[in-house]
Design a protein around this ligand. Structure first.
Ligand SMILES: Nc1ncnc2c1ncn2[C@@H]1O[C@H](COP(=O)(O)OP(=O)(O)OP(=O)(O)O)[C@@H](O)[C@H]1O
Length: 252
């Protein structure tokens, strides 16, 4: 579904990614783990179009999409979740969802002026979709509350719901469990599992190893800008090199 092909990226004189190659399989949940500074966030930034690679390619369903900006990738089905930024936090939960998917027709002045019925139809559809997602994620009663009033876990659900408004095929999830209560982590895991069984593909960066073990079909362990090893969670965690990478070479 999504492939990093020998990607290299230097940041501030550091090789954040170095000939990094990996495959995010269709319909699977792929975990990306590794110690701090291993290059996981940089990989997501390159895969999600926030940074162009210095070398290498990003392939989405076999098509070279290297360097395409996030909105072009979203139109092709690849979406990355983002923390609700400060300005969005002041808007309501529902507004956050409606803004995630701008009206296609109403985006241009001419479209809005000459096709008002079409714009209204798109707005109705977006409202229906947003309401359905809020219901599914247990956020309906918070629809008119400012996003900042949500708990950490509810904010993560809102981030996921914003991504789903774009009807993606692949979602890049950056640390879904960070700052989330254990009960809400279970809720998130259930929803991600359900979305996966509906055919969505996920790549997940996460430091919560219980969540990785529970959710992931396949796990890549990154170290120094490239995958060190890959396999099922139990396989990779049994690999001595992985323990060493986490301990910074201090393993006995
Ligand atoms: N904007 C930047 N300028 C300079 N160096 C950077 C920048 N962003 C990241 N780096 C460096 O690139 C390397 C990879 O960082 P990255 O954030 O991708 O790692 P990570 O695996 O996501 O780490 P963490 O788990 O701590 O989030 C690190 O050495 C980091 O210090």
């Amino acid at each position: 579904m999504l492939q990093a092909d020998h990607i290299s990226k230097r940041l501030g004189g550091i090789a954040a990614l170095s000939h990094c190659s990996l495959v995010i399989g269709k319909g699977l949940v792929t975990g990306i783990i590794g110690p701090n500074g291993a290059g996981k966030s940089t990989l997501f930034n390159v895969l999600g179009g926030l940074m162009a690679p210095d070398q290498g390619r990003v392939l989405l369903e076999g098509r070279d999409v290297s360097g395409l900006p996030p909105h072009r990738l979203a139109a092709l089905g690849l979406v990355r979740t983002f923390q609700i930024a400060r300005d969005l936090a002041e808007l309501t939960v529902l507004e956050n969802l409606l803004l995630a998917r701008p009206s296609q027709t109403g985006e241009s002045l001419l479209g809005a002026l000459f096709r008002p019925a079409r714009v209204r139809q798109e707005e109705r559809e977006a409202l229906q979709k947003a309401s359905a997602l809020l219901g599914r994620f247990g956020l309906l009663q918070h629809a008119d509350a400012p996003a900042r009033s949500l708990s950490g876990g509810q904010k993560k659900l809102l981030e996921l719901a914003r991504a789903l408004m774009l009807e993606p095929k692949v979602i890049l999830l950056d640390e879904p469990a960070a700052g989330v209560s254990p009960v809400m982590v279970r809720g998130l895991a259930r929803i991600i599992g359900e979305l996966r069984s509906e055919g969505l593909t996920f790549a997940i960066i996460e430091h919560d190893m219980d969540l990785i073990a529970e959710l992931c079909d396949h796990v890549y362990v990154m170290a120094e800008g490239t995958p060190l090893t890959a396999g099922r969670f139990a396989e990779v965690t049994a690999d001595r090199r992985v323990v060493q990478a986490y301990l910074g070479g201090m393993a006995p």
